[in-house]
Write a protein that binds this ligand. Structure first.
Ligand code: MG
Length: 281
């Protein structure tokens, strides 16, 4: 009897054995990192997806019009933040360090991040704004996922629009170029190939606070190489990694910053316009 029982157990176990040689998943379908995404992050409030969700579909690729968005000259009421020659409008802010003169490299009409020297922060402060920024991931940039040409346009130093090599490089949907990082992927992906210039035309509404209470979130509309990729989308708070950001009350105007994520990325032709709201000025 006992022999029969053991035999039955062995047969049952044997029948539960998985197929010996399951085909390996392609690398881009493997879960759990900064290339593919995560399964253990919180849900994004108001959405069905997790932060950096491994299952969230990546935005479809679109080829932008030739030259679209590039070399847009500033209108007369714009403040030119970088004209290809100097960083006189900026200071450098290393993590935990004191503000100092920028160490990023200016050459050939662009400025290139010198990794680990700190982000660039404008001397002036801005709230609601129209902002034009051009950026390029140098051909020499390597790495994968969030480590290939990662930088960011940080409105009010907090609300990031992701910059990343996104023409070939895979990452989670809410982490590619043009994303409200960790919240909203771009509707489509019009990133140009590595080594070519891209352009962001940004329309940003600063959040409104009454005392410490948020009464209106930060809102972004973004054209990426002439293609609308964010249409009046709200930030959930300060941009963070693997978490849901929250708001902390701040001034109506704050500096703009460009992120130093330890990788070389180039910027050029940066200008900004302060926006009034109808009826407010
Ligand atoms: Mg970034």
């Amino acid at each position: 009897m006992r022999v029969l029982f053991v035999g039955a157990m062995a047969a049952a176990l044997w029948s539960q054995q998985p197929p010996a040689a399951a085909p390996a998943k392609p690398a881009e379908e493997l879960a759990g990192d900064d290339t593919n995404g995560y399964t253990d992050t919180p849900r994004i409030p108001g959405q069905r997806w997790r932060v950096h969700d491994v299952d969230r579909p990546r935005p479809p690729k679109v080829t932008p019009g030739a030259g679209a968005g590039l070399n847009t000259p500033p209108p007369s009421d714009a403040i030119v933040l970088f004209n290809g020659k100097d960083l006189s409008q900026w200071i450098s802010e290393a993590r935990g360090g004191k503000p100092q003169a920028p160490k990023w490299k200016v050459e050939n009409g662009y400025v290139e991040i010198v990794p680990k020297t700190g982000r660039l922060v404008t001397k002036e402060k801005f709230g609601d704004c129209q902002l034009h920024v051009e950026w390029m991931i140098p051909k020499s940039a390597g790495g994968t996922g969030q480590s290939r040409g990662n930088s960011g346009v940080e409105l009010m130093r907090r609300y990031e629009i992701q910059v990343l090599e996104s023409n070939q490089n895979l990452t989670y949907a809410d982490g590619g170029a043009g994303a409200i990082y960790g919240v909203w992927p771009p509707m489509v992906n019009p990133a140009r190939p590595q080594g070519e210039w891209n352009a962001y035309d940004i329309f940003f509404q600063a959040p409104r606070f009454e005392g410490e209470t948020l009464v209106q979130p930060a809102v972004l509309t973004l054209f990426f190489n002439g293609v609308l990729v964010q249409d009046h989308k709200a930030y959930l708070g300060t941009t963070v990694w693997r978490r849901v950001g929250t708001y902390r009350a701040h001034a109506a105007e704050e500096p703009l910053s460009l992120q130093d994520h330890n990788q070389a990325v180039r910027f050029r032709n940066i200008w900004i316009r302060r926006l009034g709201r109808s009826g407010e000025n």
